[in-house]
Design a binder for this molecule. Structure first.
Ligand code: PHE
Length: 477
């Protein structure tokens, strides 16, 4: 079993490709399938997409390299690696604050991630039952949920939300699987899913997108996604949402990419791998958008339907699709694996720190952390029914109407992850030993100069500005 301790030189991925696949597995998940379309819809379409892509290229990509090099250099937990690099650079170990903020944020993300993944499990169950019915009726190639109308399919989410026991049970089930994989160790659990299931998922998603393009309102979707309304782009909430989504989707913000970087080999060119990971992740998000929005427009759903958007549009597409009963079932199964390769990285951050710091086994650490993650996650699960009227942080601008779910999602994504990224950029750009950092990047010449500029100047200034504008929108007048 690999990764039982976080001692230097331990537990490495079995190949260079495996590191890229695992990091991509962390990045690609519900962030792309569920959160990206939700955010696009809530922030006016094209304006958001444009800002999102700018944030990925100019801010997230340089930070992805910074985080993975901290991890690869340190070969320890996220906090341990940050302390190590700070010490070697003659700087204060307090710079590991970047990883402390990251650990808190990522563990908090896991609490609601399990809730949304539970919805995916719900659709696996319902589509499995439907598929069995189709086979029993001798029509295995019919569309999904054929006996139901489109209106009834749209009602599936509200029906699920009305059942708190089921919601919590599904949340619990997903968390147990995540904990079990992390307890077994990095290689045992993560590599297999990342190596085989993620590529399978990618091809299925492309197939679904082509179908949506042919049968849905593809022209409306393309216009919506790629025609920026510049006035909308200037609204402060849109920019901080785009930045938050870039951090969330690329698993940035003092956590997963440091943790996985620690398992990358010396020969891995981190500059190159960062580019590959960012490209793949952004590609999947855009493709998911192109699968979902044609359906949204063709059935007349509201693009700003919120977190249920994906779960109402895709089943509608599977409904009309020949073979949709099979495709829908497969899609949700693979989406679950995509979610698992992400949730595992979320939990790995705190588990590797606890094992390193307190010398307990991975298993004990993983199960021990799982308990509070589940309990706090209840707040998010119940935000859709029992706690729907609670507004925990109305005093923070932009969160006046936020439920517990919205609040934990928003505070982590829009505030904590960028805050950790800001500290990381200052640390790597200004404080950490230049020679050592440059050598870790694998970059040379113009590429290195461009990265130094982005990480030292653009990232810290832009992230700082976006954080301040997000918190004090009145500054813009
Ligand atoms: N990037 C993951 C996704 O898109 C979520 C995640 C966020 C994972 C932060 C790790 C750290 O689903």
């Amino acid at each position: 079993m690999a990764g039982n301790t976080a001692a230097p030189g331990q537990a490495q991925w079995s190949s260079k490709a495996a590191f890229v696949l695992a990091a991509t597995g962390s990045a690609v998940g519900l962030g792309n399938l569920w959160r990206f379309p939700t955010e696009v819809g809530s922030n006016g379409g094209g304006a958001f997409v444009l800002l999102y892509i700018l944030c990925v290229v100019l801010i997230a990509l340089p930070l992805l390299l910074a985080e993975s090099l901290i991890g690869r250099h340190g070969q320890r937990s996220t906090i341990g690696s940050a302390v190590h690099l700070a010490r070697q650079s003659g700087a204060s170990p307090a710079w590991s604050l970047l990883a402390v903020v990251g650990l808190i944020a990522n563990t908090a993300i896991l609490t609601f991630y399990c809730v949304v993944a539970g919805w995916v499990i719900y659709f696996i169950g319902t589509s499995a039952a439907d598929l069995i019915g189709a086979i029993g009726a001798g029509e295995p190639l019919r569309g999904a949920f054929a006996p139901q109308s489109v209106e009834q399919i749209q009602q599936m989410m509200p029906t699920l939300f009305a059942n708190p026991f089921l919601l919590v049970g599904l949340q619990f089930a997903f968390l147990v699987v995540t904990v079990w994989i992390v307890a077994r160790g990095v290689k045992g659990g993560i590599e297999m899913a990342a190596t085989w299931l993620m590529p399978a998922f990618f091809f299925l998603l492309i197939g679904i997108t082509i179908y949506a393009a042919i049968t849905g309102d593809f022209a409306a979707a393309v216009t919506y996604l790629f025609t920026p309304d510049f006035e909308r782009a200037l609204q402060p909430g849109v920019l901080s949402s785009a930045l938050g989504q870039a951090f969330f989707s690329l698993s940035l913000g003092g956590g997963a990419m440091i943790a996985y970087g620690a398992y990358a080999s010396r020969e891995t060119n981190l500059g190159q791998t960062s580019g590959m990971i960012a490209f793949a992740d952004t590609g999947v998000a855009i493709i998911a958008g192109l699968a979902i929005f044609p359906i949204v427009f063709s059935v007349g759903m509201a693009p700003d339907a919120g977190p249920t958007l994906m779960f109402q549009s895709l089943p509608t597409a599977f409904h009309s699709m020949p073979g949709g009963a099979i495709v829908g079932f497969l899609f949700f199964v693979l989406a679950l694996f995509a979610a698992l390769t992400s949730s595992v990285s979320l939990l790995e951050i705190s588990v590797s720190w606890v094992t390193e710091k307190f010398g307990v086994s991975r298993g004990k650490a993983a199960w021990g952390i799982g308990v509070p993650v589940f309990l706090i996650g209840l707040l998010s699960a119940l935000s859709f029914n029992i706690l729907a009227d609670q507004r925990p942080i109305p005093f923070i601008p932009g969160f006046e109407n936020a439920t517990w779910f919205d609040a934990i999602d928003g505070v982590t994504g829009k505030l904590l992850l960028p805050l950790s990224g800001l500290i990381t950029a200052v640390f790597i750009g200004w404080v950490a030993d230049r020679k050592l950092v440059n050598a870790e990047t694998g970059l040379t010449g113009g590429g290195l100069a461009a990265w130094r500029f982005l990480i030292g100047w653009l990232c810290p200034l832009a992230v700082f500005a976006i954080l301040v504008i997000g918190l004090f929108p009145q500054l813009l007048g």
